[in-house]
Design a binder for this molecule. Structure first.
Ligand code: HEM
Length: 450
């Protein structure tokens, strides 16, 4: 099996944990991209990364060859500035105010900051595409989840950096910005097609958007790229499919949802009794009503119709099975088999949260710079941006799992037959005994951990 559309350098970068043979081949796009319906053979595109991979061979039409040699064979030695194309990168800052003969010092900072952001967006997309490729695999074993977690951790760290970077821009005063702002019309970050790709590939859908007009501001070429991305499964879709297929929700008579239901019933009975015994009669009614409302949220884990209602009213996005699987992983995250998946789910929440923090930081910065004026891209400026905060989060369902947690003391233990399945099993008998016979250092092993 071969990797779906990945440059050779990209697959090289994914080793050693990444096993191309474990990934599904894919060649066509899925127009529906519905998360309940992704088949394992759906493709992952790396558009936007192909031509720009720094290790692309001379066969890439956009990349001039860099000669590499030891100096005696007539080859040119690889030179730092050539390798990094610094001639292009460092000559790409052309402040308009300078060209117009009215040089505004801060426009240089404005350009460099935006370019830096765009470079990081590019890296984020590069990382995100490999995470999606990993999750497109038919069998997603521990190695693949470990790789996806590793890449997501990097994504989170880059996003943190992007949040910190906002402070540098804030050293520019609103007055200094006004000096050159008029030159920028009608260009705007609204037209950052890489930012849109990032949102789309994470899982922001057209219906989640506060303002659907953004796409009209893009060039026809960028509109095309973005529309294509909207047809592909997003990270959210892949995560949901992976969760749906997590084993152990039902195992030899054990059913997670039933077990959760009985734990919840017990928990609510205890709370009901506490209200009845500890509260004054006058305060009981409101508290009991509140308790009954909260119960409905919990019920959604084991009653499909309640869950469907939450989906219809857009209070939940993730499907029934995937939600209960993510809850099971979270509740029993100390079980060896769930430790890695639980960290992976947490990292998805972290990434989502960091991007949301960026939205918030950007919106605050914009308020400071231009008050409540409209943006150069034609939106309501700060008023528009603050509405995008929270409303365009992708993994809220995972963050909201905390609502559904139950105290450890009330958590039903897993049946032993299931726990055994979920344990990493190790014993001396399982070792290859030749290790000892050929003097492989058996005596040197520190067995004190046993
Ligand atoms: C003085 C600094 C900045 C100001 C005043 C500013 C202003 C705005 C405004 C008003 C919008 C709303 C769209 C519009 O009508 O134009 C916007 C959107 C946007 N800006 Fe900025 N911005 C600044 C810096 C940045 C930087 C450094 C980036 C980094 C790439 C950035 C990226 C974006 C993105 C991606 C959007 C689209 C957000 C969305 O639609 O959810 N902006 N900006």
């Amino acid at each position: 099996m071969s990797l779906p559309v990945v440059d050779s350098c990209c697959s090289r970068n994914t080793s050693p944990a990444f096993e191309p043979s474990e990934l599904s081949p894919g060649s066509s796009t899925n127009p529906s991209a519905s998360h309940e319906n992704i088949s394992s053979s759906q493709p992952v595109h790396f558009a936007g990364n192909r031509a720009t991979c720094p290790f692309a061979s001379a066969s890439s039409p956009d990349m001039p060859t860099l000669a590499v040699g030891n100096g005696d064979g007539g080859h040119k030695k690889l030179y730092y500035a050539d390798y990094l194309r610094l001639d292009q990168v460092l000559n790409a800052q052309n402040p308009i105010s300078f060209m117009k003969g009215n040089p505004c010092h801060d426009e240089m900072l404005f350009i460099v900051i935006h370019q830096t952001y765009e470079l990081w967006f590019k890296q984020l997309l590069f990382e995100l595409d490999t995470v999606r490729a990993v999750l497109a695999a038919l069998n997603i074993g521990e190695k693949l989840i470990s790789l996806a977690l590793h890449r997501l951790t990097r994504i989170r760290e880059i996003l943190k950096l992007l949040n910190d970077q906002m402070r540098v821009l804030e050293t520019m005063s609103p007055q200094e910005f006004l000096e050159f702002r008029d030159y920028l019309f009608p260009a705007s970050g609204f037209q950052s097609f890489q930012f849109r790709l990032l949102e789309i590939r994470l899982g922001v859908r057209p219906q989640d958007r506060v303002n659907g007009r953004w796409i009209k501001g893009l060039s026809p070429e960028h509109q095309h790229v973005v529309r294509e991305a909207q047809q592909e499964p997003s990270l959210f879709d892949y995560v949901e499919r992976w969760l749906r297929n997590i084993p152990f929700r039902e195992y030899r008579g054990y059913n997670f949802q039933k077990s959760y239901e009985s734990a919840i019933t017990r928990m609510f009975e205890i709370e009901r009794r506490t209200i009845l015994t500890k509260l004054e009669p006058a305060d009981r009614g409101a508290m009991l009503a509140e308790l009954s409302n909260t119960y409905k949220t919990f019920e959604s884990v084991f009653k499909r119709e309640v869950h469907e209602e939450l989906i219809k009213t857009e209070k939940r996005r993730m499907g029934f099975r995937a939600t209960s699987a993510s809850l099971m992983i979270t509740l029993y995250q100390e079980e060896p088999m769930f430790q890695l998946p639980a960290r992976f789910l947490q990292m998805l929440v972290d990434v989502d949260e960091q991007l949301n923090r960026w939205r918030h930081a950007h919106s605050q910065m914009v308020h400071r710079m231009i008050g409540i004026k409209a943006g150069t891209g034609g939106s309501l400026g700060h008023n528009y941006l603050k509405r995008t905060v929270d409303s365009q989060r992708v993994f809220s369902d995972l963050a909201n799992l905390s609502t559904l947690l139950i105290p450890r003391r009330l958590l039903p233990p897993l049946p032993s037959v299931l726990r055994d399945q979920m344990r990493y099993f190790h014993s001396v008998e399982m070792y290859d005994r030749t290790m000892f016979e050929v003097g492989g250092g058996g005596d040197e092993i520190d067995w004190s951990f046993c």
